[in-house]
Ligand binder design. Structure first.
Ligand code: ATP
Length: 327
C-alpha cells in the first residue's frame, strides 16, 4: 500500500500511484487582468515521464509552465512540483528543477565558459563546465562571446544551464526553436539521457515530430483548456488513417468496409478506421480488375493531423461565437 494511495489521472483516466506523481495541477486558472489565459486545467505527471504540452499560439502553454516554475502565481487552482508549492516553497523547489525559458537572457559580452561558470557558482552540485558544454556540443565554443553565438547555439547554451544542476524536474519551453535538424536531434538525445536517469521533463513545442518522438504523453491546449491528451499513439488513433491514389483507366470505385470516401481534386481519398483491412480489400479489388492505382499512399494519422483538426475546430468555434458576442 502506498503512502498517498492511488488516484485516477484527471488527464487520461489511468490509475497512478500518487507517490510517483512529480507534477500535480488541479483546476489551474491564470488571468492577466480581464483575460483568462489558462481556464481550469488539471494534469498529473509521473516521475521519469516526458510530457509535452502542445497547442496553437496563445493557447496558454508558456503561462502554464511559468506557473509550474514559480515565475507566475496561479489565479486559482492548485499546483504542486515535487509535492511543494512552486511559489511559496520556491527556495526548496528551485534547486531541484531546471528551467529553459522561451526567451532566455544572457550578458552578451561574457564568453560561453564565463556564463557557465557564473551559473555554476549559483548551483548546488553542478556538473563541470567541460562536461556540460560537451553534452550540448559547445565544447569548441567555450571562449566565444555569447553575443556571437548563432540562435541555435544560444538555445544549446540555455539547455546546458538548465541541466547544470542535474535537475529532478526539467522544464523546457520550446527548446529546439532555431536549431538545425542535427542540433535538434542532439538535443533529443540529451533529453532522453536525462529521462533515462530519472529526470521528469515537461516540454512545450511546436514541432509535432519532436513530441511524437520524445513524449510519453502529450496534452493539446486550445484557448486555455486541454482538449486532447494521452500517449501520442492514442491521441493519433482518434483520427482515421488515410488511403489515397489517382485512379487510371476506370471511374468505378470499390466500397471499403471501414472507410469513408472523399474526393480531393483528381485524387481519391478514403478515411479508414481499419487501415490494414481496407488496404487489403482495395489492393485485391485493383489486382482482380487489373486496375492501376497511381501515387498510392496509405498512412495512419499523425499528431500534426490531430493538431490541425483541433486548430480548425477552434476557428469554426470563433466564427460561430462572433454573432453572439455582438448581440
Ligand atoms: P506560444 O505558442 O505563442 O508561445 P502559448 O501557448 O505559450 O503561446 P501563452 O504565452 O501562455 O501562450 O499566452 C496565452 C495568452 O495569454 C496569450 O493570448 C497571450 O497574449 C496572453 N498573455 C501572456 N502573457 C501575458 C501578459 N503578461 N499580459 C497579458 N497577456 C498575456
Amino acid at each position: 500500500m502506498t503512502r498517498r494511495g492511488l488516484e485516477l489521472s484527471p488527464t487520461d483516466g489511468s490509475l497512478m500511484s500518487m507517490d510517483d506523481v512529480v507534477i500535480e495541477v488541479d483546476g489551474l486558472r491564470r488571468s492577466y487582468g480581464e483575460f483568462e489565459a489558462v481556464r481550469g486545467i488539471s494534469l498529473r505527471i509521473r516521475r521519469g515521464e516526458l510530457f509535452a504540452l502542445l497547442g496553437t499560439n496563445g493557447a496558454g502553454k508558456t503561462t502554464t509552465i511559468e506557473v509550474l516554475e514559480g515565475l507566475q502565481p496561479a489565479t486559482s487552482g492548485r499546483v504542486r512540483v515535487l509535492g511543494l508549492d512552486p511559489v511559496r516553497d520556491r527556495n526548496s523547489v528551485r534547486p531541484r528543477t531546471g528551467v529553459m525559458l522561451q526567451h532566455g537572457g544572457f550578458t552578451g559580452s561574457l564568453t560561453v565558459r564565463e556564463t557557465v561558470e557564473i551559473w555554476r557558482s549559483l548551483t548546488v552540485r553542478p556538473q563541470s563546465t567541460a562536461e556540460v558544454l560537451d553534452l550540448v556540443d559547445l565544447g569548441d565554443r567555450m571562449n566565444v562571446a555569447v553575443e556571437q553565438l548563432s540562435g541555435g547555439e544560444g538555445r544549446r547554451l540555455e539547455l546546458a544551464l538548465a541541466v547544470l544542476g542535474r535537475p529532478e524536474v526539467l522544464f523546457l519551453d520550446e527548446p529546439t526553436t532555431g536549431m538545425d535538424p542535427a542540433s535538434r536531434r542532439r538535443t533529443w538525445d540529451v533529453v532522453r539521457e536525462l529521462q533515462k536517469g530519472g529526470t521528469t521533463v515537461l516540454l512545450t513545442t511546436h514541432y509535432l515530430e519532436e513530441a511524437e518522438v520524445l513524449a510519453d504523453r502529450v496534452a493539446i491546449m486550445r484557448g486555455g483548456n486541454i482538449v486532447a491528451t494521452g500517449a501520442p499513439e492514442d491521441v493519433v488513433r482518434t483520427l482515421p488513417a488515410r488511403i489515397s491514389f489517382r485512379l487510371l483507366g476506370t471511374d468505378v470505385l470499390p466500397d471499403l468496409p471501414h472507410a469513408t470516401r472523399l474526393v480531393d481534386g483528381d485524387r481519391v481519398v478514403y478515411e479508414s478506421r481499419q487501415l490494414q483491412a481496407d488496404l487489403t480489400r482495395l489492393l485485391e479489388w485493383a489486382n482482380a480488375g487489373d486496375i492501376r492505382l497511381a501515387a498510392l499512399s496509405a498512412r495512419p494519422a499523425t499528431l500534426e493531423d490531430v493538431f490541425l483538426d483541433i486548430a480548425a475546430d477552434h476557428d469554426l468555434t470563433d466564427q460561430l461565437a462572433e454573432p453572439e458576442a455582438v448581440r
